[in-house]
Design a protein around this ligand. Structure first.
Ligand SMILES: [Fe+2]
Length: 494
């Protein structure tokens, strides 16, 4: 009750402060904060904050549609890798990217960040700094020396230059995790796979509205936040890739949720480069390495090592793993050297899990480890034969642990997989919209399926206390937040 009350008070105070990107503009010239505020990599004492300056307060809702491109033409454009041809084929003559539907072009200018503990006026200020035009007009800050288990308010202001007035401002918020000695109820949500076109409302994906109502302590996006290799437009140049981010980040439901929720973003294949991307791949003019950089260093909050474990109080520790940066080519023969995680990340995972005394441990991975996955044509994840060696190594290790659960993205259907008489449990959160779901026949229910549903939604995980003992709930939700399946575990599952 208290939690909901405090969430309500914060929402009301945010409204009083006129936090919408278009609602506090002293002039209509911009620059604006049309892509909102994102955060990432929160731990007990630090977080990374991200924003971008835009020429307009909102995405272009009534813009022009891209030209359709035939499969044959697409193949030629991809092989030819000529940026001018890729753009000419898709952008109708006489128009520019800024004219297209959803466009939210960037703008030069300066941003200032202030933050304080919620309920205080004890602001710290990071002074005016220019956004980086070489990084799509974005700016990032790392906030340090934060207090654990604390709610913070962030205020970002925008202006053109030192001689201009403030042109826009916005409030955001995040919480830091409680330390390992604090028993605390925690709620988090896990999502995967959505894009601009397969959204179920004009304002964005319903799941963001549903999750906003739950006010989770944090949320994890396990990747495929957008799809470069889908039409309208096929993003075979860096410019088109950025266009897709600008458009998605301007969706009101996403923008509000990301500005107000502690977030961990993981990437997968479609938002790194293309389907099943691995080193050596190229999509149009963009190399695999550039694809990683655009995600890791520009469009999302950055961290030197793109994986992390975070203790969220006495009873929960999460592991967020990276599945693209360190992977072998999918086409290599399987064996002890073939890896998705890479040696260093794998050893880090084994070591940190062994060191942890958290009651419940949750591994959050962009791709499945248990599956089952489709057999034919799939060679991209640990549930596929192409990575069976490392998959077996991980499954053996996880089975030796107590209360270590897997939550995965990537697959466009929801499932709970459990092999009887083992410690192996995997929860697939499913695609972000019903129209994005698919890839598995709902009638193909295997012995390890405790639950199977080929529809969109998200996964909700909660730490609660019963008779002074911690329990963990894994609840699959539909896009409206309705619970469609739940599993509950006590301190020991064997
Ligand atoms: Fe996907």
């Amino acid at each position: 009750m208290n939690k909901f009350l405090s969430v309500g008070i914060i929402i009301m105070s945010l409204m009083l402060f006129a936090c919408g990107p278009s609602s506090n503009q002293t002039q209509q010239k911009g620059p604006f904060l049309g892509n909102g505020i994102h955060n990432g990599w929160a731990d007990h004492h630090s977080i990374v904050i991200w924003t971008r300056l835009t020429a307009r307060p909102e995405g272009n809702a009534i813009g022009i549609k891209f030209n359709d491109v035939s499969k044959k033409e697409l193949k030629v454009l991809n092989e030819e890798a000529n940026a001018a041809h890729i753009h000419k084929a898709q952008i109708p003559e006489g128009y520019q990217l800024k004219d297209m539907e959803g466009a939210c072009p960037g703008a030069m200018g300066e941003v200032k960040l202030r933050y304080c503990e919620a309920g205080t006026q004890n602001w710290s200020t990071l002074d005016w700094a220019a956004v980086d035009s070489l990084k799509n007009y974005t700016k990032q800050w790392q906030l340090t020396n934060l207090k654990a288990d604390t709610k913070y308010i962030v205020k970002i202001e925008a202006r053109k230059n030192a001689r201009s007035d403030i042109s826009d401002s916005m409030l955001g918020q995040f919480v830091t995790p409680p330390m390992s000695d604090k028993a605390k109820e925690i709620d988090f949500c896990v999502v995967t796979c959505h894009d601009y076109w397969r959204k179920d409302t004009l304002n964005g994906h319903k799941i963001y509205d549903s999750m906003m109502d739950l006010a989770p302590d944090f949320y994890v996006h396990t990747g495929d936040v957008e799809y470069y290799d889908k039409p309208q437009p096929w993003a075979m140049t860096e410019e088109l890739m950025r266009f897709k981010w600008d458009r998605l980040f301007a969706l009101p439901l996403q923008r509000e949720f990301w500005s107000k929720t502690t977030t961990y973003f993981i990437k997968d294949d479609h938002d790194a480069l293309m389907n099943d991307a691995y080193p050596g791949k190229k999509y149009g003019t963009v190399s695999f390495e550039r694809g990683l950089d655009i995600f890791d260093k520009e469009q999302f909050p950055s961290k030197v090592l793109p994986y992390q474990t975070v203790r969220w109080g006495k009873d929960l520790q999460i592991w967020l793993v990276e599945g693209r940066n360190f992977r072998s080519k999918n086409t290599l023969a399987d064996g002890s050297d073939k890896s998705i995680w890479g040696k260093a990340q794998k050893q880090w995972f084994f070591n940190t899990v062994k060191e942890s005394d958290a009651t419940f441990k949750v591994l959050i991975t962009p791709t499945p480890i248990l599956g089952p996955d489709r057999g034919v044509g799939k060679d991209d994840n640990h549930a596929n034969e192409a990575f069976q060696h490392e998959g077996d190594e991980l499954r053996t290790f996880i089975n030796e642990q107590t209360n270590l659960f897997i939550c995965n993205g990537d697959r466009h259907w929801q499932y709970v997989t459990h092999f009887e008489n083992t410690n192996l449990w995997e929860f697939s959160c499913g695609a972000g919209a019903d129209e994005h779901a698919g890839g598995w026949n709902e009638k193909d229910r295997r012995p390890q399926h405790r639950f199977l549903r080929v529809k969109g939604g998200f996964l909700r995980v909660s730490i609660r206390y019963e008779d002074n003992k911690a329990v963990i709930w894994f609840r699959h939700c539909d896009v409206n937040g309705k619970i469609v399946h739940e599993e509950k575990f006590f301190e020991s599952i064997m």
